[in-house]
Design a binder for this molecule. Structure first.
Ligand SMILES: [Zn+2]
Length: 479
């Protein structure tokens, strides 16, 4: 295995990663704010942290990973009040949708999936600690963090604090760098809004204190890794540092790892531009969970990801190539041994794959290692110089590949049906069709045209039309 390096926003450097306690990683991920369905930009970050999580596990590390649901913040308070619903009643639908979306994208459940509203006493306790250490002041029933008391404020986002007036306050959970100032830890209740009755008075927590309190409750004073989208670095993560380190006097996070933004067809995603997509929008247009996961994972996390429909089609084809390859390996009849040395080549491919991921999670390099191997192996199979031992080694490589990328197993239709998409009733399911197609592709590659025709006929009898495209991929549709 290659030495793992991660880019740390705090130091601005790509550094060797070693957990504080050997063999165990304490990791926190800022989860979604469940006031709406999560969109593909959100899922870029969640797929990235899943790739990181899976890769750490592949390296034999034990994960203690916490992801929260922010189920109280300004937007939720406002939307719930407008809908005349309690906070739980308002957020539950979006929380369940998020869990279902994660499942469809094969995003592993963290060890702790927690909700902010289940941890109000922990937040109150942390605010009391900060109060005892004079990091806070009260104003009109709210409690603010005094950033002048924390000289290191700004060390994560490198914000320039000159010209900021002491005592100037901001009440919003989200604000721009230009409005850096004392922020609310606890907000006094407003008429019609949900609030909690607590030792520090009635009110509700600010967004930032939620993550500090929850992270330290489950992971202790110092975390190994904290992930999130780059847009969270300021003010959210900056404020998390100020709160946690103010209270404990110890480093809060050793590696801050942030994923870059996602663009759609080269533009910033926004509802007004009409290029705003949730996963469900894309499933509704016939795209598969595996292709979306692949598209979101294929660009290294620190590069901007330009999400395009062409790219999504390419991702669909790439997944299909991997699946066809797996099927060919499983169903092919190979002579004994390893005539063209693919046993060694599989070892080399796995080493290149690992080198890519170890280098700050360079998924592009890892994927290139897999496809180089696949291409060569297909050529060897075509020419009959591929043996049983080669096939076993290649399947071993694919299994390692899929521990991290998780796109080879054919399960899209099942997932879509669970989300309420796809056909119901009689006929072949999408899964069955995909499996037959992979079998037909494998038959064609081993020049078993009788088998390939037989499968085409079977599909036609069930009303499935195949379209072979020039690049070798196959699409299907129902008559
Ligand atoms: Zn957070």
């Amino acid at each position: 295995m290659h030495q793992l390096k991660l880019h740390n926003t705090l130091t601005g450097k790509t550094e060797p990663f070693e957990p504080l306690v050997a063999g165990e990683v304490k990791m926190y991920t800022c989860g979604p704010t469940v006031y709406d369905y999560a969109h593909i930009g959100n899922f870029r970050t969640f797929v990235f942290q899943d790739i990181l999580r899976r890769y750490l596990k592949q390296r034999g590390l034990k994960l203690n990973h916490v992801m929260n649901l922010t189920d109280v913040d300004d937007r939720i308070i406002a939307n719930a009040a407008a809908a005349n619903l309690g906070i739980r009643a308002y957020t539950e639908k979006f929380a369940q949708a998020f869990f279902a979306d994660c499942k469809a994208l094969s995003i592993q459940a963290p060890e702790h999936w927690i909700r902010a509203t289940d941890h109000i006493p922990d937040m109150v306790k942390l605010i009391e600690e900060l109060r005892q250490k004079s990091f806070t002041y009260d104003s009109e029933g709210s409690i603010y963090y005094r950033i002048a008391k924390f000289p290191e404020y700004g060390k994560l986002s490198k914000i320039d604090l000159t010209g900021i007036q002491a005592g100037a306050r901001v009440d919003n959970d989200r604000y721009e760098k230009e409005s850096a100032r004392d922020f609310a830890l606890w907000k006094a209740p407003k008429p019609g809004e949900h609030f909690w009755e607590t030792e520090i008075g009635p009110g509700r927590p600010g967004w930032h204190i939620e993550c500090s309190a929850m992270a330290m409750k489950y992971l202790g004073k110092t975390l190994d890794i904290h992930t999130g989208g780059i847009d969270l670095a300021f003010p959210h993560h900056e404020n998390e540092i100020a709160q946690s380190e103010g209270a404990t006097g110890e480093p809060f996070v050793r590696y801050w790892v942030h994923a870059e933004h996602l663009l759609v067809e080269g533009e910033k995603m926004s509802k007004s531009l009409g290029n705003f997509y949730t996963m469900r929008d894309l499933y509704g247009q016939g795209y598969r969970p595996s292709a979306l996961r692949y598209a979101l994972a294929s660009v290294p996390y620190r590069r901007q990801l330009n999400f395009t429909f062409d790219g999504l089609t390419q991702a669909t084809n790439s997944v299909e190539r991997l699946r066809t390859f797996a099927d060919r390996l499983k169903q092919g009849k190979f002579p004994a041994g390893s005539p063209a040395g693919f046993k060694e080549k599989a070892v080399k491919a796995l080493d290149d794959f690992d080198a890519g991921l170890a280098d700050d999670l360079n998924t592009a390099v890892a994927l290139a290692a897999a496809f180089d191997f696949l291409r060569e192996a297909n050529i060897a199979m075509d020419s009959g110089r591929f043996g049983g031992e080669d096939a076993a080694a290649a399947l071993g490589f694919l299994a390692k590949f899929d521990e991290v990328f998780a796109v080879v197993a054919i399960n899209d239709a099942e997932k879509l049906q669970e989300l309420g998409y796809g056909p119901a009733g009689d006929g072949l399911s999408d899964n069955e069709i995909d499996a037959m197609l992979a079998e037909r592709q494998a038959a064609r590659q081993r020049r078993d045209f009788a088998k390939s025709d037989e499968i085409r006929k079977k599909l036609a009898e069930s009303g499935i039309i195949l379209e072979d495209s020039k690049d070798g991929s196959v699409r299907w549709k129902r008559k």
